[in-house]
Design a protein around this ligand. Structure first.
Ligand SMILES: NC(=O)c1ccc[n+]([C@@H]2O[C@H](COP(=O)([O-])OP(=O)(O)OC[C@H]3O[C@@H](n4cnc5c(N)ncnc54)[C@H](O)[C@@H]3O)[C@@H](O)[C@H]2O)c1
Ligand SMILES: N[C@@H](CCO)C(=O)O
Ligand code: NA
Length: 431
């Protein structure tokens, strides 16, 4: 008996899923143990040629009926967005179907509800494509690392912003022209705000934190988020001078006392010897630090129709096998309930460049401001002379609130003409 698949959405990813299911039907049947058959495709409008070559009778605009149809085994959701995707997935689960989705926005906002519904119904919901596209990452976190304790996840999870920062670093290109190039190459979202303001990465960070720390209550709204729109050529030059590169990272980290987690997305200066620093163009990479495994790196294409469809197909094979075996994973059943602590409590390190007058007492006063806020200076150097002097300081680790307060106080000093660049610095956990 064939495993019948209902596909919701036939855009960039959906059309590629249809093509792959058709082209690889013999191998997929052998791997699953039963043929995979597309039983219906829900679209917004009928009559468009989507280049899939499938029987036009499979298309329908009635997604609600399709997901509950008795002959359907698995629903693949590649519409995107919150509604109607959420209602359709919940209807499918309640009707006993397993689900595969690429929908990071929905998983980040309401993943706990979807997982609980799937557990209650004894079906699977798999979502590998939602974070870092083709890269096998979520199932390794969920399954392969189930016997380990993950302490930190650092990731480049948005291709568009990595592409822009890479162009600014290697070609001296400006922000606007780099974004235009990313859009022309098809990496950016239709509204690139989701990319450049870090919303896309924040959704992915919430999903990663939930899996890494087995804590169900993290949503995109809990993620501290800063995008790359304020990264300047001066920041890139400052990073270069320190042997660093600027990257937009999603960072999920267990607090030192283990009682809470920090989840954040913001630009960082990263030493060029860190493996994430060499991730160029629109590639994604995620660096995982686990107690027994040590340092792991997952690298590859994070977007695009075919790479994303590869992850969807992998999930489809897995849930189809589980159905044939009469089993399901029951993900999310163990919830540590670890809370997310505020950004101010997250321990970070800052790079700060100040435009100052080169006069006696300036460095002493600047150092005093650091001391008053309990922040220790790791190194300091001066560039330029006279009225064009610049002090470049890197702090030791301190609570983010103390570092932010230090910057505010420095801004108010008469002798500081301007705070030219402020950026957090990341490195290996023990560096
Ligand atoms: N494209 C990528 O590189 C990529 C990478 C990772 C994850 N994703 C995720 O995959 C999903 C799909 O992305 P995409 O790039 O294919 O988007 P897309 O816009 O190309 O395709 C979505 C399709 O869904 C259709 N649709 C909208 N509402 C519908 C409804 N009510 N019923 C039926 N169809 C409806 C749209 O008409 C469109 O054809 C999203 O969740 C996205 O975040 C995409
Ligand atoms: N716009 C996203 C697509 C993949 O989620 C990116 O640039 O990575
Ligand atoms: Na993935």
């Amino acid at each position: 008996m064939a495993m019948k698949v209902a596909l919701l959405g036939c855009g960039v990813v959906g059309a590629e899923v249809v093509r792959l299911v058709d082209r690889q039907s013999a191998e997929l049947a052998a791997r699953v143990g039963a043929p995979l058959e597309i039983g219906g495709i829900a679209v917004r409008r009928l009559g468009r040629d989507r280049g899939t070559g499938v029987d036009p009778a499979l298309f329908t605009t009635d997604a609600t009926s399709l997901v509950t149809r008795p002959d359907i085994d698995v629903v693949v959701e590649v519409i995107g967005g919150i509604e109607p995707a959420r209602s359709l997935i919940l209807d499918a689960i309640k009707a006993g179907k397993s689900v595969v989705t690429a929908n990071k926005a929905l998983l980040a906002e309401d993943g706990a509800t979807l997982l609980a519904a799937a557990r209650a119904a004894g079906v699977d919901i798999y979502y590998e494509a939602s974070v870092a596209g083709a890269i096998p990452l979520l199932r390794p976190l969920r399954d392969s690392l189930a016997g380990d304790r993950v302490n930190r996840v650092l990731g480049i999870v948005n291709g568009t912003t990595n592409f822009i920062l890479d162009r600014m670093d290697t070609q001296g290109a400006g922000f606007a022209e780099s974004l235009e190039e990313a859009q022309a190459l098809g990496y950016a979202e239709a509204d690139p705000t989701a990319d450049v303001e870090g919303f896309d990465a924040a959704a992915k960070a919430a999903i990663l934190a939930r899996l890494a720390f087995h804590t169900q209550n993290v949503t995109a709204a809990d993620v501290h988020r800063e995008g790359i729109t304020e990264v300047t050529a001066g920041d890139i030059a400052s990073a270069k001078a320190m042997g660093c590169v600027v990257k937009l990272l999603a960072i999920c980290q267990r607090a030192a006392d283990g009682g809470s987690v920090g989840v954040r997305v913001h630009p960082v200066m990263l030493p060029r010897e860190h493996p994430l620093a060499s991730v160029t163009e629109a590639y994604n990479a995620v660096f995982v630090e686990a107690e027994s495994a040590g340092r792991l790196m997952f690298y590859g294409p994070g977007a695009g129709g075919a790479p994303t469809a590869s992850a969807v197909l992998g999930d489809l094979v897995a849930v189809a096998r589980n159905r044939l075996a009469g089993t399901s994973v029951g993900e999310g059943g163990h919830d540590t309930g670890l809370p997310v602590h505020p950004m101010g409590q997250t321990v970070t390190r800052y790079h700060i460049s100040l435009d100052v007058a080169d006069r006696p007492g300036v460095l002493a006063r600047v150092a005093e401001v650091f001391a008053e806020n309990g922040v220790s200076i790791k190194n300091v150097r001066q560039e330029g002379f006279g009225d064009d002097a610049q002090l470049v300081l890197v702090s030791h680790r301190a609570p983010d609130a103390a570092l932010a307060q230090t910057v505010e106080r420095l801004r108010r000093l008469d002798m500081v003409r301007a705070v030219a660049s402020v950026m957090r610095v990341e490195a290996f956990a023990d560096a």
